[in-house]
Design a protein around this ligand. Sequence first.
Ligand code: OSB
Ligand code: MG
Length: 369
Amino acid sequence: GLIETIEVRTVRLPLRSPFRTSNGVSTEREIVLVRLAGGGVEGWGECVAEQEPTYSPEYSRGAADVLRSFLLPRLVAADVQSAADVAPALYGIVGHPMAKAALELAVLDLELRQREISLARYFGAARTRIPAGVSVGIQPSVPALLDVVSGFLDEGYQRIKLKIQPGWDVEPVRAVRQRFGTELPLQVDANSAYDLADAAHLRRLDEFGLLLIEQPLHHDDLFQHARLAELITTPVCLDESIVSARAAAAAISLGAARIINIKPGRVGGYLEARRIHDLAQAHGVAVWCGGMLESGIGRRANIALAALPGFTLPGDTSASNRFYDTDLTAPVTLESDGHVLVPTGPGIGAAPDPELLAKFTEDSWSYER
Ligand code: OSB
Ligand code: MG
């Protein structure tokens, strides 16, 4: 069979600086990893659930539990031989897309390493390098924000995304436009911090020529996003609301999303993510690749996906040193022209360094067959 051994491991990486969004602040990243082995190779998957259920209902300890208690037993019982078999094998379990996506990625990495094919080639990637954007957390002050943005632009980042919330929106956007000019590709992400009643306030962002506003309203409300889209000129982009290709189709039909942030973890895996890419491309809806502070495992997989032709906007595909002094893998690096290279090695194209893995591991568990 494809899979001989299974391990679920939780690691904890310190963040270089606190990352603040409208959901709260993080100072470290707890990451659940799935390691499969078979046929003399390993496959790795990274779960993007965060330590606390603030972005979505999943959280790392819960993800590790659902993997061990419900997902891995089904994977084994179904005798999965290919990544395409994973979602059908797990179909009976409702929700938990990030845990499912981690398992699918581990199977995909294992399968592609056995076949010696890169993830990018498997996806049908069109490019060998992609422009990188960077997500900038809420800062203590506007001068502090300008310093942080200036540093990222000096590094070469091609697009800036500002996290916003009520009280931190028009003023920081105006300051960034005044300092760095109207040509800078700039967008904002509210992580659901507003209500439709804030439409008149959000309309004040219209004058700044933003690429998009990401997830202004509640995650479960496509209808109100469609209403908001009629009231502001900044294009509405959805993140949290797009939980599947079906949700993407509904959002496009309703006029709730002119642009979609694709995160494989949020939609249950890279294969569903590719379906959303294909659907959006067919409807002329731009997509870009989101991020969840991944290590070099998940980040490389995102970059391979983002090399597909419909990813026409720079994504949150920043380099390892955006969040980490030490990544688990060889670092993902930014080229001086602000691009990241699409990995070419088999599967994801990198694996965790065993010593670093041991150093950062909090907990590990092996599946008994
Ligand atoms: O909403 O895009 C988001 C990080 C954690 C949770 C939610 C989001 C983010 C980011 C991406 O903004 C940051 C990154 O991984 O580069
Ligand atoms: Mg977002």
